[in-house]
Design a protein around this ligand. Structure first.
Ligand code: GRG
Length: 297
């Protein structure tokens, strides 16, 4: 029987070792910047997006995880970590805790935190192009990822998130924020794995649809956890969304409806995975979707 905890733990270890290897060495730049990059990167993230890339790759028949996929999966985690560091800054969400530790700017100061985020962002692409996949696939991976984090992706979503504070709750705005700020990058992580392995269009279409649903579920659950989660498990402050008048699913639809919507989306995503890959082959992705909707951290 498939054991998701073991499956995930093994892959988290592989990703953490690869991240350590791909990060700049002590002599390749200012010590304080490398320390700040490493500080948040190794503060204890779940490695959810690298895992999605790995699952996308393995479900598409990819066979050379180390050389083809790990540089991409690690680049994705670097981009994610960069976005967390910048999101926590006083000019953004002004958070004191992340991944169970004081935020980057609390330890290194704002200037170094901004630069550490920038450095991780740049280093992500330097790392991704170390993948040995054919150049046309690499271009497609980069296109998918840059679209997901660009103007109509994470950046656009973050702008809507910041400018939507203390405004009338709006279903349209919250759906835009969630799909762009978080959803598209989660979808791109799964698709990047498929593209790297040379998955056919019909499989990439399934990843697109499933990735959309996983991305939205993830952010709805994030909203729910901000309301009713436990700070010690989450590793970050709770109640911040309400405090800042954020546009969240809970604020717009209420707690119960938000929970129902997350379950509905997750069930739909699981059905799509089962229909495409079957229950046994699809088990890693099905288990990950279940984790995303049931998680408490
Ligand atoms: C893309 C150029 C560019 C800028 C980014 C700062 C910013 C602009 C966007 C912020 C995006 C952001 C931080 C969204 C929140 C996503 C979210 C809920 C993250 C938490 O993810 P987990 O739970 O965290 O996977 P861990 O710590 O486990 O990795």
């Amino acid at each position: 029987m498939f054991n998701f905890q073991n499956y995930w733990k093994a892959r988290q270890k592989i990703v953490n070792e690869a991240l350590d290897e791909y990060l700049p060495s002590d002599s390749s730049g200012p010590r304080v910047l490398i320390d700040a990059m490493r500080y948040t990167l190794f503060a204890g993230g779940k490695r959810l997006r690298p895992l999605l890339a790995i699952i996308g790759y393995e479900l598409s028949g990819g066979k050379n995880l180390r050389d083809e996929l790990l540089p991409i999966a690690c680049g994705i985690e670097m981009i994610h970590t960069f976005s967390l560091i910048h999101d926590d800054l006083p000019a953004m969400d002004n958070d004191d805790f992340r991944r169970g530790k004081p935020t980057n700017h609390k330890v290194f100061g704002e200037a170094i935190a901004i630069l550490a985020g920038d450095a991780l962002f740049g280093h992500a692409f330097y790392t991704m192009v170390r993948s040995t996949i054919p150049p046309d696939r690499m271009v497609q991976v980069i296109r998918e990822i840059t679209d997901a984090i660009g103007l109509d992706g994470m950046l656009g979503g973050q702008v809507a998130d910041v400018t939507g504070e203390n405004k009338e709750p709006s279903a349209e705005i919250v759906r835009y924020i969630h799909s762009r700020k978080t959803g598209k990058f989660i979808r791109a992580s799964l698709k990047a794995g498929g593209i790297a392995a040379g998955a056919p269009e019909n499989i990439l279409d399934v990843f697109h649809s499933v990735g959309d649903k996983i991305g939205l579920t993830f952010q709805i659950v994030d909203d729910i956890l901000d309301e009713i989660g436990d700070k010690s498990k989450l590793g970050k402050s709770v109640g911040k969304d309400r405090e800042s008048g954020k546009q969240t699913y809970v604020r717009v639809f209420g707690l119960e409806k938000a929970k129902k919507e997350a379950s509905r989306l997750a069930s739909e995503a699981i059905s799509e995975v089962e229909d495409t890959f079957g229950k046994t082959t699809g088990a890693p992705l099905i288990s990950l979707i279940k984790f995303i909707v049931e998680r408490n951290y």
